[in-house]
Design a protein. Structure first.
Length: 274
């Protein structure tokens, strides 16, 4: 799901749809066109993305024989993935090289608090669930608040129950599904001290990720571009020994090779990812 732009500088998203249903050469031509137009492409998708789509993405990247396409599947629920993709779109308007921007996704993931209120945790397999919670899932009317990232935690929804929130100021994005938990999520936002609540549609992959359609997803995130930029630029950069891009961390997101020692300053790339 591509969220609306956060501000006027946010780079538009390109949504790759029907990759597993359309002809291979059509998808190949589309990805090649994007690469030639923008120089580098970062494909962000959820862990709940159907495997045929993921296989097609890997096939297209292999056929292009290019290290300018990065595939990134963060360990976040679908709404958190959508938020992270928008943060990268915000940063794409800044003077960051393609390698730094692509690897910034791994850094920014640590600052996202993502969870949901579920009507059942019986089929939830991405977050550890105790036997007691599983048993309570069969009680009519039960609801569970689940924090999937950064520290997985499950509690039964009640007036006094809460989840551990961020220790810094965030906004909260809420995607309402088939769950009547507006008041509890609003109260959680108050306890977290968020700057405000915003709403978004529920991502199509959310029911598959959470194991139920009776849910409302929420995500605490950093929205200010200056804060995001400061976070990314304050981290030490290294250089990929294979493709030569400056990156954050010990591995290049584009070619998957390990990085070298800290990179010296150099001219910024003239093209930014799509």
């Amino acid at each position: 799901m591509a969220l609306p732009a956060q501000d006027e500088r946010t780079v538009p998203a390109v949504v790759l749809t029907g990759l597993d249903r359309g002809p291979l050469d059509e998808g190949l031509a589309g990805l090649h066109r994007l690469t030639e137009q923008h120089g580098y492409v970062v494909v962000v998708c959820s862990e709940a993305t159907p495997e045929p789509v993921v296989r097609r993405l890997h096939t297209l990247r292999a056929l292009l024989e290019s290290d300018r396409v990065a595939l990134f599947r963060p360990a976040l629920p679908p709404l958190g993935v959508a938020v992270l993709a928008r943060q990268l779109r915000q940063l794409a308007s800044c003077d960051l090289s393609p390698g730094v921007l692509a690897s910034a996704g791994r850094l920014l993931t640590h600052y996202i608090h993502a969870g949901a209120v579920l009507g059942s945790v019986a089929r939830l397999d991405r977050v550890p669930v105790g036997l007691k919670a599983h048993a309570r899932s069969w009680v009519p009317g039960s609801q569970f608040a689940v924090l999937a990232h950064p520290e997985p935690h499950v509690v039964r929804v009640g007036p006094e129950t809460t989840l551990k929130g961020p220790e810094f100021g965030t906004w909260m994005l809420v995607a309402k599904g088939q769950s009547h938990s507006d008041d509890w999520i609003a109260g959680l936002g108050t306890r977290w001290g968020v700057h405000g609540l915003r709403e978004a549609p529920l991502p199509a992959e959310s029911p598959a990720w959470w194991g139920t359609g009776r849910l409302a997803e929420f995500c605490g995130y950093l929205a200010d571009l200056s804060v995001l930029y400061q976070l990314v630029t304050s981290v030490r950069q290294t250089r990929c020994h294979w493709c030569g891009l400056d990156v954050i961390g010990d591995r290049c997101v584009f070619c998957r090779a390990t990085a070298e020692a800290p990179a010296p300053p150099r001219a910024l790339e003239s093209r930014t990812p799509a």
